[in-house]
Design a protein around this ligand. Structure first.
Ligand SMILES: [Zn+2]
Length: 113
Protein backbone atom coordinates (compact mmCIF):
# COMPACT_ATOMS: atom_id res chain seq x y z
CA UNK A 1 0.00 0.00 0.00
CA UNK A 2 1.27 3.41 -0.89
CA UNK A 3 1.87 5.78 1.94
CA UNK A 4 1.45 8.94 -0.04
CA UNK A 5 -1.27 10.10 -2.33
CA UNK A 6 -0.89 12.65 -5.08
CA UNK A 7 -2.91 15.82 -4.91
CA UNK A 8 -4.60 14.71 -8.12
CA UNK A 9 -5.72 11.44 -6.53
CA UNK A 10 -7.08 13.31 -3.54
CA UNK A 11 -8.84 15.82 -5.78
CA UNK A 12 -10.53 12.99 -7.67
CA UNK A 13 -11.66 11.27 -4.50
CA UNK A 14 -13.11 14.50 -3.14
CA UNK A 15 -14.88 15.38 -6.38
CA UNK A 16 -15.71 12.22 -8.30
CA UNK A 17 -17.59 10.33 -5.61
CA UNK A 18 -21.01 11.95 -5.15
CA UNK A 19 -21.02 12.80 -1.47
CA UNK A 20 -24.73 12.00 -1.04
CA UNK A 21 -24.20 8.55 -2.50
CA UNK A 22 -21.25 8.03 -0.20
CA UNK A 23 -23.36 9.04 2.80
CA UNK A 24 -26.36 6.91 1.92
CA UNK A 25 -24.91 3.81 0.28
CA UNK A 26 -21.37 3.41 1.48
CA UNK A 27 -21.28 4.90 4.95
CA UNK A 28 -24.97 4.14 5.56
CA UNK A 29 -25.52 7.29 7.52
CA UNK A 30 -29.26 7.78 8.14
CA UNK A 31 -30.56 10.16 5.50
CA UNK A 32 -33.82 11.42 4.09
CA UNK A 33 -35.25 13.76 1.50
CA UNK A 34 -37.06 16.65 3.16
CA UNK A 35 -38.55 19.50 1.15
CA UNK A 36 -36.81 18.03 -1.87
CA UNK A 37 -33.42 18.33 -0.21
CA UNK A 38 -31.16 15.44 0.70
CA UNK A 39 -30.39 15.54 4.42
CA UNK A 40 -28.24 13.26 6.51
CA UNK A 41 -27.73 12.70 10.18
CA UNK A 42 -24.68 14.76 11.13
CA UNK A 43 -22.08 12.34 12.51
CA UNK A 44 -20.89 15.02 14.91
CA UNK A 45 -24.08 16.43 16.45
CA UNK A 46 -26.70 13.83 15.35
CA UNK A 47 -29.06 16.38 13.87
CA UNK A 48 -30.61 16.57 10.41
CA UNK A 49 -29.82 20.26 9.93
CA UNK A 50 -27.67 19.35 6.99
CA UNK A 51 -27.47 19.56 3.22
CA UNK A 52 -25.26 18.53 0.36
CA UNK A 53 -23.92 20.95 -2.20
CA UNK A 54 -23.70 19.16 -5.56
CA UNK A 55 -21.55 21.91 -7.02
CA UNK A 56 -18.78 21.63 -4.47
CA UNK A 57 -19.60 18.01 -3.54
CA UNK A 58 -19.47 18.99 0.11
CA UNK A 59 -21.81 17.94 2.89
CA UNK A 60 -22.60 20.67 5.37
CA UNK A 61 -24.01 20.71 8.88
CA UNK A 62 -25.61 24.05 9.66
CA UNK A 63 -25.63 23.33 13.37
CA UNK A 64 -21.93 22.50 13.60
CA UNK A 65 -21.20 25.04 10.86
CA UNK A 66 -18.88 22.45 9.39
CA UNK A 67 -18.28 21.28 5.84
CA UNK A 68 -17.34 17.68 5.17
CA UNK A 69 -15.68 16.44 2.03
CA UNK A 70 -15.74 12.73 1.20
CA UNK A 71 -12.50 12.07 3.07
CA UNK A 72 -13.67 14.00 6.15
CA UNK A 73 -16.86 11.94 6.23
CA UNK A 74 -15.08 8.61 6.15
CA UNK A 75 -12.72 9.75 8.90
CA UNK A 76 -15.59 10.98 11.05
CA UNK A 77 -17.99 8.07 10.55
CA UNK A 78 -15.62 5.13 10.44
CA UNK A 79 -13.02 6.51 12.79
CA UNK A 80 -10.27 5.94 10.25
CA UNK A 81 -7.15 8.03 9.98
CA UNK A 82 -6.55 10.07 6.86
CA UNK A 83 -4.59 7.39 5.03
CA UNK A 84 -7.12 4.62 5.67
CA UNK A 85 -9.96 6.91 4.69
CA UNK A 86 -8.31 7.71 1.37
CA UNK A 87 -7.73 4.01 0.77
CA UNK A 88 -11.38 3.26 1.55
CA UNK A 89 -12.48 5.76 -1.10
CA UNK A 90 -9.94 4.51 -3.62
CA UNK A 91 -11.32 1.00 -3.17
CA UNK A 92 -14.84 2.26 -3.89
CA UNK A 93 -13.73 3.63 -7.23
CA UNK A 94 -11.70 0.58 -8.11
CA UNK A 95 -14.44 -1.93 -7.25
CA UNK A 96 -16.65 -0.71 -10.06
CA UNK A 97 -14.37 0.77 -12.72
CA UNK A 98 -16.72 -0.13 -15.55
CA UNK A 99 -19.78 1.25 -13.85
CA UNK A 100 -19.71 4.99 -14.13
CA UNK A 101 -20.52 6.78 -10.90
CA UNK A 102 -22.76 9.00 -12.97
CA UNK A 103 -25.11 6.06 -13.42
CA UNK A 104 -25.24 5.41 -9.70
CA UNK A 105 -25.94 9.05 -9.03
CA UNK A 106 -29.00 8.97 -11.27
CA UNK A 107 -30.58 6.61 -8.76
CA UNK A 108 -30.73 9.37 -6.20
CA UNK A 109 -32.18 11.87 -8.61
CA UNK A 110 -29.17 14.01 -9.16
CA UNK A 111 -27.57 13.91 -12.59
CA UNK A 112 -23.83 14.24 -12.60
CA UNK A 113 -22.35 16.94 -14.75
ZN1 LIG B 1 -23.60 18.73 13.11
Amino acid sequence: MKNRFSSRELFELRNNIPVDMLIRDQLQIPSKIRDGVFRFLCPVCNEFQTAVNPTTNLARCFRCEKNFNSIDLVMEVRGHGFKDSVQFLKNLIEIAPTQPLAKLAVGIGRPMV
